[in-house]
Design a protein around this ligand. Sequence first.
Ligand code: TXA
Ligand code: MG
Length: 348
Amino acid sequence: METKIFTTDEIAMAATAINAGQLVAFPTETVYGLGADATNEEAVKQVYLAKGRPSDNPLIVHVADEATVEKYAEPLSDKAKQLIQIFWPGPLTLIFKLQPNALSKSVTGGLDTAAFRNPKNEATLELIRQAGVPLVGPSANTSGKPSPTLAKHVYHDLQGKIAGILDDGPTQYGVESTVLDMSTDTPTILRPGAVTEEQLTAVIGPVISSHHHVGKNEVPKAPGMKYKHYAPSAQVYIVDSPTDWPVIQETLRQNQVHAGILATNDVLTMNDFPENVEPFSLGEGINGASHALFAGLRHFDLESDVKVILAQAFPDDHLGAAYMNRLDKSAGGVHFNAQHPETLSEER
Ligand code: TXA
Ligand code: MG
């Protein structure tokens, strides 16, 4: 199958493909999603196949309005309505109890709940309206790889497997939406994202953050959180302190390991890395870093042959919670140890 690139002037063609049961990747303000008609079970099954995604990992249903949620979900609470009022369209996914048999098992993974999201991207909202159906949309990457923040990332992973990609340039945030479970007594953050815990608490009071440290034998509530994620083939090391950089610089100068560095502009200009080091700029601050993290991991994975990647840590709050959650997964929890810099090597 030839994968077509649709421009934002070709939304009608993309909608026709969706209505024919085909897969079309779509832009959002977070990452690109892999779209299919959420009411077409055969089409939804193709999404799992194209991504290589385990079938027990449910999908987010992307809607253009609140009314579509009310069609499938049990009556919304006042808190849910407030969140929708304030944060939609935007990077907040809400999980609600469903009416009996409202959506197929392939969408929900057999749960009695479903995740809904109203993305803040005009082209995609128009695609949903023209198709006249909600769209399932997992991130449009091969399962386990960093989420795509550019149409070319989607093309790389899924070319030949999907009908098209609606290209609307780079995404705004670069990390996926916050997933908030509204089906429990106290709302629970299952995945941190661009809408922060602090912002949620300000609107609806206390929330539980269950995403912190899911142990190996625990069953995470968001099925997707148990899988290895965002992992390039080089080992990623988290760099916790700015004082680690001079140590890293010296270690790499001595051991000559081919290394990629993911850091903000201030770090890159303040240090003098040797020639075996490839820098990739995370731009300025946590906003820049969230935007560029996945693109940086993909760059080192596909366009260079670095053996290790050193990536800058940020404080674990506000947007930093989302960034550190993704970085921690891509590193498998491995941190650079300035006391034992010799452990920074290719053989891990
Ligand atoms: O920003 C985003 O959310 C992107 C864009 C494309 O919208 N989508 C995305 O989808 O990241 P995906 O499938 O990669 O991640 C959805 C997460 C998974 O961890 C999944 O397990 C969880 O949401 N999830 C979906 N439905 C659920 C449910 N009913 N209960 C608990 N977790 C659920
Ligand atoms: Mg994903």
